[in-house]
Ligand binder design. Structure first.
Ligand code: ADP
Length: 287
């Protein structure tokens, strides 16, 4: 298309160049990545980063070699959750991710490149999108079975760039139980559909509180409608994470690697089997 602005969300047409090889970027020549899964949310503050970090921990507990790309450039929280305070190292060959101490999860984030982690990133969208693309092309992701991308919330520039330029196996939508969930999940699903990226599952975070006396699940934010929403959009699986102060405390203390991720176990097993079946074990190398 000669008049293509590369903004598929505004065009809305199902054109043949969408997510074609013209858009996809090649990873660093020294990278080896089997699967890439984006973790998205329709709005901020739903626990997307916490869910992304927990999925990475659960994947590593399956014995996989795991990486996390923190594409939430203006609100990067992944390094803190994993207790990473150092700076990422680079050479003339590329940038090396930092590695978590217990499970060896490779992490790249804007906060690992800044002199001071309190420094705000006050950049235009195009610069932010370019940096996220570099996290794919210039970082050496060595021997990775699964790379999770913690996306910024919503359906703006960065999610669009990631959907178009990185060969995703699929996306996981994170939400919370409230009446807007249908509409918010709908936006994520429609964006992913437009980019031909399958939605692998929905995580309902802060789904309930477990009574400390009798283990009853109390739906503090109202009854969940996530199963109905998943059914409506043909999304194959749902996971529910409780409100758990220990999760927040672990994240604040940089000890997410020690947190209980058992509520994501079956969910992750299902996702892994889906993406392994689709990719047939091939590495990401788009050209
Ligand atoms: P988002 O990425 O959607 O903006 P975060 O993952 O940064 O949200 O989470 C926001 C805050 O809520 C963090 O302090 C996190 O530790 C806390 N949090 C997220 N999920 C839970 C949960 N299930 N139980 C308790 N605290 C949570």
């Amino acid at each position: 298309m000669s008049d293509c602005t590369y903004d598929c969300s505004s065009c809305g047409k199902d054109c043949s160049s969408r997510r074609s090889a013209d858009f996809l970027k090649k990873p660093h020549e020294m990278s080896s990545i089997k699967h890439v899964v984006a973790v998205v949310s329709g709005k901020g503050g739903v626990g997307k980063s916490m869910t992304c970090a927990s999925l990475a921990v659960e994947a590593a507990r399956h014995g996989l070699s795991v990486a996390v790309m923190d594409a939430d450039l203006t609100g990067p929280s992944i390094p803190k959750m994993f207790g990473l305070n150092e700076r990422a190292m680079g050479s003339d060959k590329g940038i090396l991710p930092c590695v978590t101490k217990d499970l060896g999860i490779q992490v790249m984030s804007m906060n690992l490149l800044l002199e001071n982690e309190d420094e705000p990133v006050i950049w235009r969208g195009s610069l932010i999108s370019g940096t996220v693309t570099q996290f794919w092309t210039d970082v050496i992701w060595a021997g990775v079975d699964i790379l999770f991308i913690d996306m910024p919330p919503g359906t703006g520039d960065v999610p669009l760039t990631v959907f178009q330029s990185i060969p995703l196996d699929g996306a996981i939508v994170v939400t919370t139980p409230q009446s807007l969930v249908g509409m918010i999940v709908g936006k994520c699903v429609n964006m992913a559909d437009m980019m031909n990226v399958p939605i692998l599952g929905i995580v309902e975070n802060m789904s309930y509180v477990k009574c400390p006396c009798c283990d009853t699940k109390i739906p503090v934010f109202g009854e969940s409608s996530v199963d109905a929403v998943a059914l409506e959009h043909g999304i194959p699986r749902v996971a529910k994470i409780p409100v758990d102060p220990s999760l927040a405390a672990m994240a604040d203390a940089g000890k997410t690697e020690e947190s209980d991720t058992s509520c994501l176990r079956d969910f992750f097993t299902g996702i892994l089997s889906d993406i392994e079946e689709t990719s047939k074990g091939e590495n990401k190398d788009v050209n």
